[in-house]
Design a protein. Sequence first.
Length: 290
Amino acid sequence: MHFITQSQIKLPSRNKDSHKGDNGLVLAVGGSKDFVGAITLAGLAALRSGCDLVKVIAPEKVAWAVNAYSPDLVTMKLKGDFFNLSHSSIVKKEMEKFDVLLVGNGIGLDKSTKQFCKKIIKSVKKFKVIDADAIKAISTNDAENSIITPHSKELEYFLINSKINKSIIRLINNEKNPVKKSKLIKNTTQKFLNENNIILLKGKIDIILSKDDILYNKTGNAGMTKGGTGDVLAGMCAGFLAQSGNLLQSAINAAYFNGLIGDVLLKKKKGFTYLASDMIDEIKTIRNHS
């Protein structure tokens, strides 16, 4: 098993003569009455990763909370407490102006929200980063040009939605060896990976799967079980992807940096007291020294 090293990190270059928008635009779609902070963390992580603009589309109360937390995130406010199917046309039209769709952070599992997620993911052909509850709304037939960032339970939902044999899902869930686990997942999802998709499975050892590659990342520590660290990871994926247009490299960069930031904070805080919000400011430090 070969782990990702610093030498495999390739950050997007930035033209000195570039103008606003040349370095990537991310449309972040998420939030609900029950989960307000996740889309803020994801949006700020995308910005800190170097893209030029992040616009958050969220239910009205969530969007106002985003504005109150940070002046750096632009918002579009939708009526209601949750996304529903009627919002898909609004998001699809807005996406015409953006390079990457980031969807799922804090979005919730309302029935109409799941229908919205599936429709928007299938209809948007541009690059996507799909996280959290949006993963639970789709199957292997619903996405292309995407990075999905599940933890083990979200991956299980994804495979169930894809009508994968229950015995195979149990094998994947019970397998502790990362190499064996990664091969099981790859064999099961090869058709999905062939559609220009990446799976970044979060865990003690992250597993990154593409059409042709299996990679492993071991940066990070037990403090990263805190809520919100996955939102930061998804945001970094989107930020790097908006700049580079490279799905696999963006997933590699994000997984490695996300864990490395956790390791830096573990030392700074002298323990597991750091928060996902602490990670945002560290992105610039780690990025500038890499």
